[in-house]
Design a protein around this ligand. Structure first.
Ligand SMILES: [Zn+2]
Length: 481
């Protein structure tokens, strides 16, 4: 595991590089040359930052940080693969797909901006014909990053009707969300260390053509038919997919998540607006009508085989429907959300990997989606006085000795979350209590071990690793804060 200090050291190098680039960028801003030259200069700068970010986790010196897809993705080599006649994919954290036609090219998704220089360069080797259209699967940074570098004079941008609104709120909440994302995606530098260069800002993309929920926007270019379909409910409210009816290829963006098949992220714990499970089921019903032979996702590799794809999509649909229906039935039966989180499991025939979406979190998400924040359990929920406001007093009244022996017993009984509750009470009064910090570290370790040997959920693992790094740093220098 990388310690925080080591991560900060690496980030420090990144800042130095970024600072150098900032100076250079200011110089370009003074140039009055056309935007093509400016773009070239920006691409060079981005490439340097991208290389630094990749090197930061690409060294393989600490294997534990690399268990999951988000870190693995940045280590994927950037190269162009031909997927079918006229269909190419530049790999990366987010893949960029290019369909080459006699009348110009069409892009599906634009990747992460830090990788744009390499992806753009690689695709230009295949064809440097004009890019006529860019279809953006949704507004996430790893899908739209390169848009303004790929776009040329007259390039048409196609996206979902809610693309602009999704972009707006993601941008408005960027400072807050950045903290959360950088905990879960450790290759991101800390907010104060990030290279804050205008060209890396995301947002501000105005689609020329918008596609509504469950509607199809069709066009033909160079004899190839394209169908862009509005498929809400997946990763955000603004999902579209691209279907090539003759080639029977579905470009799925993040509709299925980064991997296919898997249990979808019916709401993400890193924090975003709600994702609507029944809309997702309806979108799957629409896509199940198509004779799909290849799924090309915007992360990782394509999947081929019509029968298996159809079976997998059906299983995903039925799994989401099942979790939804069980949650609703449980709510109507008067069960609380925690009981439902414990009880609802996928039956064997609907089993799916949960490294991205996680069933018990989906249960909670569905609960909150329908009933929002007031769980009707305690009056205290109605007022801005959380339980933690009395923890310090509680610890003093109960005595930390007694509380910590309780915490130890919970650990022995295999109840690490209960230990964490106790530890939070003790630390509220004594932030540097070594025994409390040790118990916290042990409890986190038990949870991490269970996660790694259980569902192997990326975000759960990243979270636990981040908390363990924080605890280790506090044990190293246990100053009260
Ligand atoms: Zn993505």
């Amino acid at each position: 595991m990388k310690t925080l200090a080591m991560q900060r050291g690496a980030a420090g190098k990144l800042i130095l590089i970024a600072l150098g680039i900032l100076v250079a960028v200011s110089a370009w801003l003074l140039m009055s040359d056309g935007s093509a030259l400016r773009k070239q200069a920006e691409l060079k700068a981005l490439d340097v930052i991208g290389n630094a970010a990749t090197a930061r986790l690409g060294g393989d010196d600490h294997g534990e940080a690399t268990h999951g897809s988000a870190v693995e993705l940045i280590k994927r080599p950037i190269e162009v693969k031909q997927l079918a006649d006229s269909v190419y994919q530049a790999t990366g954290v987010g893949n960029v797909m290019m369909i080459v036609t006699d009348e110009g090219n069409v892009l599906f998704d634009a990747g992460l901006v830090l990788q744009t220089p390499k992806q753009l360069g690689a695709l230009r080797q295949v064809s440097d014909a004009p890019i006529k259209k860019i279809i953006l699967s949704h507004s996430h940074a790893d899908h739209i990053g390169g848009t303004r570098f790929f776009a040329e004079e007259g390039t048409e941008i196609i996206a979902h009707k809610h693309f602009e609104e999704e972009q707006r709120y993601l941008m408005e909440l960027e400072p807050y969300q950045y903290q959360r994302n950088s905990t879960l995606f450790p290759w991101m530098p800390a907010w104060e260390d990030r290279p804050d260069i205008a060209m890396m800002r995301y947002g501000g993309i105005m689609p020329d053509v918008i596609v509504d929920d469950y509607k199809v926007h069709s066009f033909t270019l160079g004899g190839i038919e394209f169908q862009v379909i509005g498929t809400p409910g997946a990763e955000g409210a603004d999902n579209v997919v691209l279907w090539l009816p003759e080639q029977k290829i579905l470009f799925s963006g993040d509709f299925f998540g980064p991997q296919f098949p898997q249990f979808p992220n019916v709401f993400t714990m890193r924090g975003e607006k709600i994702r609507k499970p029944i809309e997702y089921v309806k979108s799957l019903d629409v896509l199940l009508q198509l004779p799909i032979e290849t799924v090309v996702p915007s992360h990782l590799d394509p999947t081929t085989g019509a029968a298996q794809i159809s079976a997998d999509m059906t299983r995903i649909r039925d799994a989401v429907q099942y979790v939804h229906d069980e949650t609703v039935a449980g709510m109507n039966a008067g069960k609380d959300v925690y009981q439902l989180m414990r009880e609802i499991k996928l039956p064997p025939e609907l089993d799916l990997v949960q490294n991205h979406g996680k069933v018990d979190w989906a249960v909670r998400s569905i609960w909150d989606y329908y009933m929002t924040w007031f769980h009707f359990e305690s009056t205290t929920e109605l007022y801005p006085v959380p339980a933690r406001d009395v923890y310090a007093d509680l610890a003093e009244a109960a005595g930390s000795e007694g509380l910590l022996s309780l915490g130890r017993n919970y650990l022995l009984q295999g109840e690490p979350v209960k230990t964490l509750h106790i530890v939070e009470v003790v630390l509220a009064a004594e932030p540097a209590n070594i025994e409390a910090l040790n118990q916290r570290q042990q409890a986190l370790g038990v949870l991490l071990d269970a996660a790694e040997h259980g569902l192997n959920n990326d975000y759960e693992i990243y979270w636990l690793q981040a908390r363990m790094a924080d605890t280790a740093a506090r044990l190293e220098s246990p100053v009260a804060n």
